[in-house]
Design a protein around this ligand. Structure first.
Ligand SMILES: [Zn+2]
Length: 74
């Protein structure tokens, strides 16, 4: 009867993550990100509303990589 991580997602949005420090659910934010001389606008990330620690989901990391390579090598 354990509900642990990495089970199939039960239909909730993108598996709400909790900040391990605060046990507060991250909220999605958008901001401009500066990566290797490339500025990406409206990058999505998760931010803890309590300690403001930011965190990228694997999908968001992929998206960032894609956009960096697109911008860096047109
Ligand atoms: Zn936190």
């Amino acid at each position: 009867m354990e509900k642990n991580s990495l089970n199939k997602t039960g239909g909730t949005k993108a598996g709400a993550l909790l900040c391990p420090a605060c046990c507060v659910e991250y909220v999605e934010v958008e901001f401009d990100l500066d990566v290797e001389d490339v500025v990406l606008h409206n990058v999505k990330a998760l931010r803890c509303p309590s300690c403001e620690e930011e965190q990228f989901t694997p999908e968001q990391v992929e998206e960032i990589k894609k956009r960096v390579s697109n911008t860096a090598h047109p």
